[in-house]
Ligand binder design. Structure first.
Ligand code: LLP
Length: 426
């Protein structure tokens, strides 16, 4: 079931016509479904029904829109953040500080201080020096920082190389063999309360076997730490569950994931944390875009749309597939390349794809764009950041504005420059 569907021959987001949204806000535009967000959030929670003690934290990087975060806060989700900016987003959306976990391999001192001052629930440590710094900053403030040690279990998540994070050659986490000795040292620090472990081996994972392997290694480590007399209260199992970007694929089997987690962690005696991002948000958003031109090509036509790689970077970055459909399909298909207006060949959404037959001016959309879509947009080619629209039943609202197309307002000349060029073209 999808919240983006045909009604009377036209694609709708829930009960709202996408033509209406395009007429109001223009294109390109991201459109999110409240119902889809709620359903995936509830499905993820329900799948973990057999896990007695848990906290769910949405990975803000997938979609930091305040309105999206508020929907998830209302579903009792906290936030997994990776920057001071994401901390601000989570707090502004109304998430409670102790329901926020701070991940990331390069947190700065000001970011750690912001987290301490806000009183966030967990800091996931990526290296010993970070633990020492956090302890010192906390102690200066008369606090003890609640922390988890992120473990690198050396497991390949069998996903795209750019989003695999749990192999020993990746920058993330502490090598599992070094963890017990590091735990010994970090527990002696005055400003740190080590509560347990964290692990996250990658994203867009659909094969559960690597997750299971990683979690079993964490189970062994918990036992080893307890044998040394350490306390382990919490384990953060990360995010990573994948979704179906192609119509012939399936979303990761979240119910099987829940059953696997419940079985493996049954005797861990800890509260578990989860950090899903994509699984919650990806299918809850689309990128609405209009066909500018049908340009004849050597082998096949180019469908030039008004969205580009700056708006939706995933195809250019990861060769990712995003399903492309017409808002008013005519019941015919053709084979085309789908490209954006940006001045490089990398600005290609699809090559030799069989798609709905579209013509110039037609409204179209890319599916599965609710996660890592707007959050990865840039202003390359001096293009605007596209607006985001939230639909809820038969109502909709703009939840982020289109930025001015030119970034001139943010820019200035260097003070030693004349107000006009010294040489003017004849
Ligand atoms: N926790 C940590 C520590 C993470 O690094 C990530 C994602 C998540 C949770 C959420 O993972 P998810 O459940 O969304 O798979 N830009 C890429 C994805 C990068 C993911 C980075 N880390 C893409 O568009 O595919």
């Amino acid at each position: 079931m999808t919240s983006f569907h045909l009604r009377g021959g036209e694609m709708h987001a829930e009960a709202v016509s996408l033509e209406t949204i395009a007429a109001h806000v223009g294109t390109p535009a991201y459109v999110y479904s409240t119902d889809a967000l709620r359903r995936s959030a509830q499905r993820f929670r329900a799948a973990l029904g057999k896990v007695p003690r848990k906290q769910l934290m949405f990975a803000v990087k997938a979609n930091p829109s305040l309105a999206v975060l508020r929907i998830l806060a209302d579903q009792n989700y906290g936030a997994d953040i990776v920057s001071g900016g994401e901390l601000e987003c989570a707090l502004a959306a109304g998430m409670t500080a102790n329901h926020i976990v701070f991940s990331g391999v390069g947190k700065t001192a000001p970011e750690l201080i912001a987290g301490l001052d806000a009183g966030i629930g967990r800091f996931n440590l990526e290296l010993e020096r970070e633990g020492q710094l956090l302890s010192a900053l906390a102690a200066q403030r008369g606090k003890r920082a609640p922390a988890l040690l992120r473990i690198n279990p050396d497991v390949d998540a069998s996903t795209h190389a750019k989003i695999t994070t749990g192999r020993c050659d990746s920058k993330f986490g502490i090598p599992i063999s070094e963890a017990p000795a590091m735990y010994d040292r970090l527990t002696t620090l005055p400003g740190l309360d080590l509560h347990g472990l964290a692990v996250h081996i990658g994203s867009q994972i659909t094969d559960l076997a690597p997750l299971e392997t990683a979690y079993r290694k964490i189970g062994d480590l918990i036992r080893a730490l307890r044998e040394k007399g350490h306390r382990v209260y919490n384990v953060d199992l990360g995010g990573g569950l994948g979704v179906a970007y192609r119509p012939d694929h399936l979303d990761a089997d979240v119910e099987a994931y829940g059953a696997m987690v419940a079985a493996i962690t049954r005797d861990w005696d800890v509260a578990l944390l989860f950090e899903p991002g994509r699984f919650i948000a990806a299918q809850a958003g689309i990128l609405l875009t209009r066909v500018l031109w049908l340009k004849p090509g050597q082998e096949r036509p180019f469908v030039v749309v008004d969205a580009a790689m700056n708006d939706l970077a995933r195809p250019a970055l990861y060769d990712a597939w995003h399903e492309f459909v017409a808002v008013r399909p005519k019941g015919e298909t053709f084979v085309a390349n789908i490209v954006g207006p940006i001045c490089e060949t990398g600005d290609t959404f699809a090559k030799a794809r069989t798609i709905d037959r579209v013509g110039e001016g037609d409204l179209t959309l890319f599916r599965s764009a609710g996660a890592y879509g707007a959050s990865m947009a840039s202003t390359y080619n001096c293009r605007a950041l596209v607006p985001e629209v939230l639909v809820d039943g038969n109502r909709y609202a703009v939840i982020s504005e289109r930025t001015p197309a030119h970034e001139v307002r943010r820019q200035r000349l260097a003070p030693w420059m004349q107000s006009a060029p010294t040489i003017r073209a004849a």
